[in-house]
Each structure stands twice: as structure tokens, then as C-alpha cells.
Design a protein around this ligand. Structure first.
Ligand code: GLA
Length: 690
């Protein structure tokens, strides 16, 4: 592990921590947030207004694709589509039926590890995986669904039904849909996903799904297009949300299975690494297939000729023939989207807000920029395992003991000046002091159930001393208590974070400086995003600065991740190598509350349970909230069918929320951006009909 020394250590010399007479400052409710209203609101609809599944009289495709059919290289479009494809309704399309052509040029800061999402590989984020992978249900577009109709959208599973006792869920797959190489999509793919990925302890898919994600279900295949899931408790409806992006997104078993060690594959490592980014044409159910990869340069994806969604006129989707992923930095994504050399950005690094706003305000600005709700938030998480997760050495184990002490966590929280931290990113009405847990302004948030430990160095020190720490050598930093296996030097903690984002870096550096002001030596462990994730999942960290995921916004999504309900569900407390989870009492209470929430269908009860959750979380500092602020979607003005009020992050990221497969570029706005015009994907890269 690479450890970079804390930046401001030298400035802190001379402050003797133990010289301060200790006074504890009591917690309050969170300070009020500066008002900041979203710039456009969604047009709310019912789920059934967006699409249905039905046969149309005839279907069409881009002309260049018909050339493949005429050359005998592709079956006719009606034979490539399911008998009843998904049909997007024109009335719900902001600009109506689209036209073919056009390229969406993404820019990202991530790098692909490979295409094996199911073996845990990242494709580089920024929505590449969202465009390639389809899941049984879908949640991104739910931001526009009326609250009375809130349920996951059907996707690869057009329907499902519960048994009378609510303990069996029967799920029906779309019939006749095909992978982008023409292989049928059916329960063979489900069987492989469940038995060889989810149930195989040697394999963890990218987003960490396990049997606990589906309430401990057992799965049985019924026939080619249906399966059942059986549960111990009735109606665990959260599984339907967990069938959406990230979780129940089956991979192409016809290409993955032969590499799996249970089916003749050489080893787990070989399985995971069988599909490096150079391997083109990886079969997908999504709208675009990778056809070109150049390291540190670009990934190009072309339309999937077997895509199973159409518009009401029978045009096979997507409208866009090509999607680019320029491999650059996340900050460059903002710069390029504003300048018009890139097409899309989730403006989420607050450092870039002022410049991006200024440049987008010009009449001739190439891109639209619209702010949404405050759903970008950062938390400082303690590693709460005391029994060996991550196999800590003596120093790290001594930190874990401190982390499990409430006074120590209170000390950390009160050492953080959240106002200063927010303003160091951006001045103005953007950032709020974030106590942790559910975000203010989201549906399950309750202010009275939120405990806020205000900034006070004096109180922080009082709590550190209550946790047994003293500055025995008078150098301004607390020492390990007598007899600590970590020795008798200064307490030293490391802060894991990713340097892929300037914001993560700035916040981690700010935290280090503030902790040192309070007498705790801290050092950064700065890694790229993929390595940060690997350390997080292995438990090899003391504390971690982390941009939060969607469960703290919507609650109904990834609910299992709200507490350590299973051996591997939480990001800051997992089981040791022997499979034991040493939960603190209040963590066990959190688990009980989350499980009761998942089991309840009564909305009042669910609201009450989330109040209890928020209280347990914020009072006990399961995570130390840092700052939260709104994000903005930047999208080039040539794109049509972008829904109003799209949040960059809610049930999913904007790459899913905008429904890219029905986004189009009007003919007169189309530019010559296609790098592989008139081609379709193949294992050898892009190929033409001729
Ligand atoms: C990264 C980016 C987000 C979003 C997601 C999509 O995390 O920071 O803005 O693009 O990828 O997965």
C-alpha cells in the first residue's frame, strides 16, 4: 500500500493536544441548508406511459444495416427482434420519433479492466457498462414516475408475479430476444448468473451482488423464459429493485461459461481475465457493442443489430449508431462538454462549477447545463471490523479498536469543519454541511431524526481523551495508550481515497489537515478508482473518503447496502476470513431496522423505520458525513429526447436516466463524428456489409 504523508503536519507543531481543558459540545439537528432549487422539473408520468411490449406490423432499420441483410450477413430485422419487442411510446418522447445517425461522444476518467463485469471487472464507468448491460428491471427513468406508481420498470423481465403467500416470485423473461451475436437470451443465462456467479463464493460481480442482495433467495429455473425465486419472508419487494442496474444483469453464458472453472475453465483468475479490453465484439444485450479499444485513448461502440427495443413506428433502436468513450480525466469531461468537443458530463466536481456555469451561460454555448437536487455527497467511513477483515497489522488493528469506540468517532466528526471543507471546493449556495446518512430533501429523510455533531476542536479533543488517548510526548499529537500493540508513538491513521477525482483528493487532503489540527496524525492512501475499490472490498484501510451511492438517496434501491446485513454487503464492515461479522450493538439495531424495512409493505411503518435508521446512523456515526451538493447535467444542444428535470444521480446515473437508446440527433444537426461509419460489430472489430 502506498502511503503519502499528511500535507500540513508541519503547520501543526506547537499545539499541545493534552494542554486543552476538555469541554464536550452537544449534538444538534443539522444547520439549515442554503436554498438551491433544481432548474427544471420532470414531467411526471405512469410507468405504463413510457413503453410496453407488443408486436408491430413491420420494422425498419438504418439503411446501412439493410445492406448486411441483403448481403446475407444478417437475418431480416423482424427475425432479429423478439415477437413482442419493447416499444417506446411517442407521447412520452420529449421530441418524438427520432432519426438514425449521430454519435454520442463521452469522455471518462476511468480505465477498463476488461469486459467481465460478472467477474468483477470495471469497464471504466461513465456509463459504458450501462450501455452494454441490460438488467431484468430498470430504475434510472423512475425519476419521472409518479410516486403513487413507484415500482421498478420492467426491462429484460416484462412481467413477474408473487405467489399468494408472497414467498415465491415468478419472473418472466422477454421471449425471442437475442445477444448482439445472435445467440438466444434465455434462462441458460439466468442459470449461469445465479449458480456460477452469485452462488459461487470465488466470484463477485462488479457491483458486489450476493445472495443477500436478493433476501437470501433460492432460484429455480421453470422453463426457457421463466424462473422462480423463493424466500423465507413474504413479499420482499426490494428484490425487484435489486434486479435493476448493477445487480441482476445477466452476462452471455454462451461465451462466459466455457471459461468458468466449474465448466472446464482453467482457473478463477483465467475466467476473470478472459475478456480483456482488446477483445472486441463482446456479446451484449445493451444498445452498443465495443468495436475499438486504444489504451489511454478511446473505446468506440457501434449499434447492436439485435437490440430488442423499437419506437412506435417500428424503427429498431438505438437511433445513435455510435458511442465514443474518450479515455481522459473526469475533470476533462466537464471541460470538453462545456466546450463542445465532448457531448455529455455529469457535473459533479464542485471545483468546476463556477467556470462551467459561466461558460454555459453564453448564448452560443454548445451545451445545455441544468442543476438538479443535492444528491452528490461524501462520507468519511471508519473500517468497523475488529476481528480481522482485511487482515490488519498491529497498527491497523489498534486503529480498528479506536474506530469501534464512539468517543473516537465523535472526536473525528467534531474535528471536521464542514463549512470550510465545502467552501474549499466551491463558494456560493452549493454545498451543505452533511451529517451523514440519508440526504436532506430526499423522500425518507427526517430532520428531527438526524443528529449533527458540530465542529469544535475543543470538543473533538475531549472525545479523543475520553477514548483513552493522551499526548504523552507533548508533540501536539495523541499517542497510542500504554501497552498498545501499536507501540507508544503517535496515533497514525490512513485515509483511503481515489485520486481520479479532484474532489475526492481535495476532501481527503482537507480531512487530513483538520484531523491534524485536532491532534490526530493522518496520511493519505491515494489510489486510482479501481485500486481504491479493491482495497475497500478487501477491507485494507483504516478510514475512507467515499462518494456515496444511491441507497442513501432512494432507500428502496440497494437497501441491503444500508447496513451490514450480510457477510459482504457493507462497504465499511465485512466478515473476517472465517466468515464472522462482529457487529456493534447499534449496528445490529441498524441491521434489524433495514431488514424490517425490506420485509414491510406498509408505507407508514417504512417511514418510521427509516427515521430510526437515520437516528442510529447519525448518532453513532456509522459514517462521518462531510459535504453534499447538487450536480448538473451538461449535454450538447444537438441531442433531442433529453427528458426535463433529469437528475445526474438518483435511482441511477444520468447515462441511464436519459434513456440513451431513444436519444437522437436531428438530421440537420448531425455532424461527421462517426469513426466507423456503415459498420457493425464483430469479434474482429467493426465490419462493413461489402
Ligand atoms: C462515474 C462518474 C459518474 C457517472 C458514473 C456512471 O462514477 O463519476 O458521473 O458517469 O461513472 O457509472
Amino acid at each position: 500500500m502506498k502511503v503519502i504523508s499528511g500535507v500540513l503536519t508541519t503547520l501543526m507543531l506547537g499545539v499541545s493536544a493534552s494542554a486543552v481543558t476538555a469541554k464536550m459540545v452537544e449534538p444538534t439537528t443539522p444547520p439549515p441548508a442554503p436554498s438551491f432549487s433544481a432548474q427544471s422539473e420532470p414531467v411526471f408520468v405512469k410507468r405504463a406511459d413510457i413503453f410496453d411490449y407488443r408486436a408491430l406490423d413491420s420494422y425498419t432499420e438504418p439503411e446501412f444495416v439493410s445492406a448486411f441483410v441483403e448481403a446475407g450477413k444478417l437475418p431480416p430485422v423482424k427475425d432479429r427482434l423478439p415477437a413482442e419487442p419493447m416499444v417506446y411510446k411517442t407521447a412520452n418522447m420529449p421530441d418524438g420519433t427520432g432519426v438514425y445517425g449521430g454519435t454520442l461522444r463521452h469522455v471518462i476518467g476511468g480505465r477498463p479492466e476488461g469486459w467481465n463485469f460478472w467477474g468483477g471487472q470495471s469497464q471504466g464507468w461513465g456509463g459504458i457498462d450501462i450501455g452494454m448491460t441490460e438488467c431484468l428491471t430498470r430504475t434510472g427513468p423512475l425519476f419521472m414516475v409518479e410516486s403513487t406508481d413507484l415500482q421498478p420498470l420492467p426491462n429484460l423481465a416484462p412481467g413477474w408475479e408473487w405467489s399468494e403467500d408472497g414467498k415465491t416470485l415468478t419472473v418472466h423473461l422477454i421471449e425471442g430476444a437475442k445477444w448482439s451475436d445472435g445467440d438466444p437470451f434465455d434462462t441458460q443465462d439466468i442459470d449461469f448468473y445465479w449458480n456460477d456467479i452469485i452462488m459461487d463464493p470465488e466470484v463477485t460481480p462488479l457491483m458486489g451482488a450476493s445472495q443477500a442482495t436478493y433476501n437470501g433467495a433460492t432460484l429455480d429455473i421453470v422453463d426457457d423464459h421463466s424462473f422462480t425465486m423463493t424466500f423465507d419472508t413474504p413479499f420482499p419487494e426490494s428484490v425487484l429493485y435489486n434486479m435493476a442496474y448493477g445487480n441482476f444483469c445477466p452476462g452471455p453464458s454462451h461465451v462466459l461459461k466455457p471459461h468458468h472453472p466449474r465448466h472446464g475453465g482453467e482457473s478463477y483468475d483465467a475466467f476473470i481475465n478472459a475478456f480483456p479490453p482488446e477483445k472486441l465484439g463482446f456479446p451484449v444485450m445493451g444498445a452498443w457493442v465495443p468495436v475499438e479499444y486504444r489504451s489511454d485513448d478511446i473505446i468506440v461502440l457501434r449499434r447492436n443489430p439485435y437490440y430488442w427495443k423499437v419506437d412506435e413506428d417500428g424503427n429498431q433502436l438505438p437511433y445513435l449508431n455510435e458511442v465514443h468513450y474518450r479515455l481522459s480525466t473526469w475533470a476533462d469531461r466537464d471541460v470538453q462538454a462545456v466546450a463542445g468537443t465532448g457531448d455529455f458530463s455529469n457535473l459533479e466536481q464542485a471545483e468546476n462549477y463556477v467556470e462551467a456555469l459561466r461558460r454555459s451561460a453564453a448564448d452560443d454555448a454548445p451545451a445545455r447545463l441544468a442543476f438538479g437536487p443535492r444528491t452528490i455527497g461524501y462520507t468519511l467511513y471508519p473500517n468497523l471490523s475488529g476481528n480481522g477483515w482485511g487482515e490488519p497489522d498491529a497498527r491497523a488493528q489498534a486503529v480498528r479498536e479506536l474506530n469501534r469506540n464512539l468517543d473516537f468517532r465523535k472526536g473525528i466528526s467534531q474535528a471536521i469543519d464542514r463549512r470550510r471543507l465545502g467552501e474549499s471546493l466551491v463558494k456560493g449556495p452549493f454545498t451543505v454541511q452533511y451529517p451523514g446518512g440519508l440526504y436532506a430533501g430526499t423522500s425518507y429523510y427526517d430532520n428531527d431524526s438526524t443528529v449533527f455533531y458540530p465542529y469544535s476542536l475543543e470538543s473533538a479533543r475531549a472525545h479523543f481523551e475520553a477514548a483513552g488517548l493522551k499526548d504523552t510526548d507533548g508533540n501536539g499529537f495523541y499517542n497510542w495508550p500504554d501497552g498498545s500493540p501499536a507501540g507508544n508513538g503517535d496515533v497514525q491513521i490512513t485515509i483511503l481515497h481515489t485520486f481520479d477525482y479532484q474532489t475526492d483528493k481535495n476532501l481527503a487532503e482537507g480531512v487530513v489537515a483538520m484531523l491534524e489540527e485536532a491532534g490526530i496524525r493522518a496520511a493519505l492512501n491515494s489510489l486510482n478508482n479501481n485500486d481504491r475499490d479493491a482495497n475497500r472490498d478487501a477491507g485494507t484501510y483504516d478510514w475512507m473518503v467515499f462518494r456515496n451511492d444511491k441507497e442513501l438517496i432512494t432507500v428502496v434501491q440497494q437497501t441491503d447496502e444500508l447496513a451490514p446485513i450480510g457477510p459482504t454487503t457493507a462497504r465499511n464492515h465485512r466478515a473476517n476470513p472465517a466468515g464472522e461479522l462482529d457487529l456493534l450493538d447499534w449496528e445490529q439495531d441498524m441491521v434489524d431496522v433495514v431488514q424490517a424495512f425490506m420485509a414491510s409493505r406498509d408505507s407508514d411503518e417504512r417511514a418510521e423505520l427509516m427515521k430510526r435508521y437515520q437516528k442510529l446512523y447519525t448518532e453513532n456515526l456509522y459514517g462521518v458525513g462531510l459535504t453534499a451538493y447538487p450536480g448538473a447535467l451538461i449535454i450538447n444542444k444537438r441531442f433531442a429526447n433529453i427528458p426535463s428535470g433529469v437528475p445526474i444521480f438518483m435511482y441511477n446515473w444520468a447515462e441511464d436516466n436519459i434513456i440513451r437508446e431513444r436519444v437522437y440527433v436531428p438530421e440537420d444537426a448531425q455532424r461527421d463524428h462517426e469513426l466507423h461509419p456503415k459498420t457493425l460489430p464483430s469479434a474482429d472489430g467493426p465490419v462493413t456489409a461489402g
